[in-house]
Ligand binder design. Structure first.
Ligand code: ASP
Length: 440
């Protein structure tokens, strides 16, 4: 029987009522037999995430202050969830153990992982599922990658397709055998690893929004969700600032060709967004772009030199200066006698004067100029390579909005068009571009 791995984020598990929604979702489809929970998240905008409280407990112990004022609300939340669900998951004992572990100064990663661990225990009891300890199966390499054996070991452990399993998110075991967490938001990665290990039909990522939106709703109120997008499109959009899935959550399922489905625990009947290798013919035909994303904090160095095109090694000398300073750049558009490099402002914080000086001395440009603030916007879509007129639409829309385009870049993959605008034009540009492609 085919199986679906469901990862539930923190807000989906913030209290007992959310757990009830999760159980209803799991029971609504018998293929949903593997659940990967996060730690309880915020119940309201002002509430605390339990993982944050765990980090704070650990910090308090480091500076020898009493951590009870932080631990008590955390303890109360787990006990309340257990009580309200009417399950017996031995929370009192586990929480007492956690208190002792914090006191004896166990590792930061171990403490942080307890949010998922305890939530996993409650979830396993509530769903009558087998609890799988990630530290036994998710093996992490010295550089933080996933050891190949993980997939085989996990797959074998969860071989019974008629059983339900709960695998807490966010952690595994490092080469020394110690508990190691992923970076923040890392339960997404756990879900992807588990999905690949059991060759899931779909990796469902349950959260509090009905799929991924085509633009940042703070800039474009009412931005529509994407029905379907490719892994490559999502990578471009999240790289340019769209907060989607954890960056590292895509690789395991992408390699195995398992689609990801982003769904809303609070509105389960909404289709959500499917992330796939290749768009379905229908979506490919009906959508011009997947979405629009951008970021504000970039700087651009512009270099002009007569006959630059004839000077062998010019670009290489320029880039090796950046390399010397450990600067990674984002784009490098060029013309016959000019070249620009664009990087995140923080990359050159504190050393920009020195970098410019080195460029001046080494490359002897006729003109060297620094644009201190530039915003980049990416219009992303697989369809772009085949559709005539997308670029025209982008530039006509920006002209109509009276936006001066300072830079244009399109990668060879023709997956996006990137434009650079002044930061004060950023919101207006994103809005205009969205409405140029999406009609109400
Ligand atoms: N609980 C962890 C965090 O807050 C991991 C996660 O929720 O994905 O970052």
């Amino acid at each position: 029987m085919s199986r679906i791995v469901c990862k539930f984020g923190g807000t989906s598990l913030a209290d007992a009522n959310q757990f009830k929604k999760v159980r209803a979702i799991v029971e609504a489809d018998s293929r949903r037999s593997i659940v990967v929970p996060s730690a309880p998240g915020k119940r309201s905008a002002t509430d605390a995430k339990l993982t944050d409280l765990l980090y704070l407990c650990r910090q308090s112990v480091e500076v020898a202050t009493d951590f009870s004022p932080i631990f008590e609300p955390l303890r109360a939340r787990f006990l309340e969830i257990e009580r309200e669900l009417g399950v017996q998951a031995n929370m009192t004992t586990h929480l007492e153990q956690l208190r002792r572990d914090i006191l004896r100064g166990v590792s930061r990663d171990f403490i942080a992982s307890r949010g998922e661990y305890l939530n996993g225990l409650i979830m396993a009891a509530y769903l009558d599922a087998e609890f799988i300890e990630p530290a036994e199966f998710i093996l992490l390499t010295a550089n933080g990658g996933v050891h190949e054996d993980t997939y085989r070991l996990l797959g074998e452990r969860m071989a019974k397709t008629d059983r339900r399993y709960v695998v807490p998110g966010f952690y595994g075991r490092d080469v020394k055998g110690e508990i190691k967490t992923f970076s923040r938001g890392g339960s997404d990665i756990s879900g992807a690893i588990v999905a690949r290990a059991v060759q899931a039909e779909v990796y469902e990522n349950w959260t509090d929004v009905s799929g991924l939106l085509m633009a940042d709703p703070r800039i474009v109120p009412g931005a529509k969700p994407m029905e379907e997008a490719t892994y490559a499109e999502i990578r471009e959009l999240s790289y340019m600032g769209a907060t989607v899935l954890h960056d590292e959550a895509i690789a395991p399922v992408r390699q195995a060709g398992i689609p990801i489905c982003i769904k809303n625990t609070n509105a389960p009947s909404h289709l959500g967004t499917r992330i796939v290798n290749k768009l379905s013919a229908e979506v490919e035909k009906s959508t011009e772009i997947a979405g629009i994303a951008g970021k504000k904090n970039f700087v651009m160095i512009n270099i002009e030199k007569n006959l630059m095109n004839k000077e062998v090694g010019f670009a290489s000398r320029l880039l090796s200066i950046l390399e010397r300073y450990g600067i990674s750049f984002e784009h490098c558009p060029s013309a016959i006698d000019s070249m620009s490099v664009i990087m995140e402002a923080q990359q050159v914080e504190g050393n920009i004067d020195q970098v410019l000086e080195d460029i001046r001395n080494t490359l002897k440009p006729d003109r060297l100029e620094l644009e201190k603030q530039i915003a980049l916007i990416a219009v992303v879509g697989e369809g772009m390579a085949k559709t005539i007129g997308i670029a025209a639409k982008v530039f006509v829309a920006l002209r109509d909005a009276n936006v001066n385009v300072r830079l244009i870049n399109q990668g060879a993959s023709e997956l996006n068009i990137i434009v650079g605008v002044a930061p004060e034009d950023y919101e207006k540009s994103v809005n205009t571009l969205y409405h140029a492609f999406v009609t109400a």
